[in-house]
Design a protein. Structure first.
Length: 79
């Protein structure tokens, strides 16, 4: 079952307040996405920890409703 990109954005933003999220459908099939997530919460965290934070925000949907997600994470510049 495909997952709506807007729902992916909502879940990540709810789990990582202040994050900027952009989703790209890689194959046009609603099953293979890339997520570009920028968040100040990533400061001081390794890339693995950043990805774990995103997966946690998705609440167990990876491998279920969300088949494939390529993550690109970065730390937001402070204003």
């Amino acid at each position: 079952m495909a997952m709506d990109p807007a729902e992916i954005v909502r879940l990540i933003k709810d789990g990582l307040p202040g994050a900027e999220v952009r989703i790209e459908d890689l194959r046009g099939d609603g099953d293979h996405y890339a997520a570009y997530v920028t968040s100040p919460a990533f400061a001081g965290r390794s890339r693995v920890q950043q990805h774990q934070m995103v997966y946690q925000a998705l609440g167990g949907r990876m491998g279920n409703e969300l088949h494939a997600l390529m993550l690109h994470t970065s730390i937001a510049a402070e204003a």
